[in-house]
Design a binder for this molecule. Structure first.
Ligand code: LRH
Ligand code: MN
Length: 397
């Protein structure tokens, strides 16, 4: 069904009205690799500065009302920091998003956290998981987003099956502590920092743990957590088919978990993922999906990179929305390969920027968020106010 221009316009505006993406507090902080960290004067180091930067990104884009929080980095005193965060939410008009427990930084997690052979360490890790769930309840945020570094570096040094059992128990207990509207998102990653086995290494393992945990648990797909040859949109199709898809951590990569800005290396990848979601929505499948960004802006200006990423995500979401999926289904059914590919890829080639620009103007938003950021002087002001303090930094974010 070929859409008329005005129908395309209305459809595009509807799609853009329904798209929101969550930004990570750690995306505004000085981050780096094991080979070093290049400090930026305008980087955020306090939770207040992270909320302030998030509010600026939302002012510019209109589609980032929530900020993902990492417990140890943003609420180092746990539940006691909730009133501070509540106050920041009110001051900056940004709501707390997914709560990310940190089960990878403490020294005692050398051989794992929820999968550690030591029952005492597993107990302490579970306590942190339950604290994170209580923080989520206190902040009224929905998702507790669990990524664990747990694994091993050498064959024969750990019992992989015992670790599965320990994690199943911990996730059941965690799920039992959820409030009715909370979810646990189980994020998988094939390797790093563990380089022999990782306890939650792929979507199958994550699906299993989410099912074992309970009905309010789902799988989180970090686009950077795949071997380069893996077909990520096929994994997404499976998770949609099995109603196990809970959310995404969007970023891009050339080699491994590079955490580069979305669409910088393979924008077609994210288009293919969004297509599976639009098609599943057409077919009435549950698509209660949390779109989140998870990047580390080591070289690009952090706020600039975040605005660039949000704009790119909007454009790729809209390109995929504009695929004529009715006609595509007919071409797929008749195995008219070239016509199907030309229709599908044709949407990817479509320049949707005039539509996103018109949508922003219609919604009272800056037509070009990046240009507005540059002319606002926000980054320069932040650098002046924060610059003097930005000496070498300790932890990841
Ligand atoms: C692990 C990960 C996880 C976050 C961290 C910042 O690689 O993707 O989602 O906790 O990055
Ligand atoms: Mn992630």
């Amino acid at each position: 069904m070929k859409l008329t221009d005005s129908a395309t316009h209305d459809y595009a505006f509807h799609a853009l009205d329904s798209f929101q993406v969550e930004i990570p507090s750690w995306g505004f902080a000085n981050t780096g690799t094991r080979f070093g960290k290049f400090v930026q004067a305008a980087a955020a180091t306090t939770i207040e500065e992270k909320f302030c930067d998030a509010a600026e990104v939302n002012r510019l884009t209109g589609v980032t009302p929530t900020l993902a929080l990492h417990v140890l980095w943003d609420l180092p005193n746990g539940l006691k920091d909730v009133p501070v965060v509540r106050d920041l939410e009110r001051r900056f008009g940004i709501r707390s998003g997914s709560i990310n427990p940190n089960l990878f930084q403490d020294q005692e997690y050398k051989f794992g956290s929820l999968c550690n052979p030591s029952a005492a360490i597993r107990e302490r890790a579970l306590d942190h998981m339950l604290d994170s769930i209580e923080i989520g309840k206190a902040l009224g945020s929905r998702d507790v987003s669990l990524w664990m570094a747990d694994g091993s570096n050498y064959p024969g040094t750990q019992s992989m099956r015992k670790r599965i059992t320990w994690l199943e128990q911990a996730l059941r207990t965690s799920h039992d502590h959820l409030s009715s509207n909370q979810r646990i998102l189980v994020e998988y990653k094939p390797f790093e920092p563990a380089f022999y086995h990782t306890d939650i290494a792929d979507w199958g393992m994550s699906s299993h743990f989410a099912r074992i945990a309970g009905p309010q648990a789902r799988v989180l797909v970090d686009t950077g957590h795949h071997y380069s040859a893996q077909n990520i949109e096929q994994i997404v199709a499976w998770l949609l088919h099995t109603n196990m898809l809970g959310g995404f951590h969007f970023n891009d990569r050339r080699y491994a978990d590079d955490d580069l800005t979305l669409g910088s290396i393979d924008p077609y990848q994210v288009f293919r993922i969004f297509h599976e979601i639009h098609a599943a929505t057409d077919d009435g499948l549950a698509t209660d999906i949390a779109y989140m960004i998870d990047q580390s802006h080591n070289l690009k200006g952090k706020i600039e990179a975040m605005v660039q990423t949000v704009v790119t995500a909007q454009e790729l979401y809209l390109k995929a929305a504009l695929v004529d999926r009715e006609q595509l289904a007919e071409l797929q059914q008749s195995c008219d390969l070239v016509a199907a590919e030309e229709l599908y890829r044709g949407a990817f080639w479509t320049d949707v920027r005039p539509l996103t620009k018109a949508w922003r103007e219609a919604r009272g938003l800056p037509a070009d968020p990046l240009a507005e950021l540059h002319s606002s002087g926000y980054v320069e002001r932040a650098a002046r106010e924060r610059g003097s303090r930005s000496s070498a930094v300790s932890s990841y974010a």
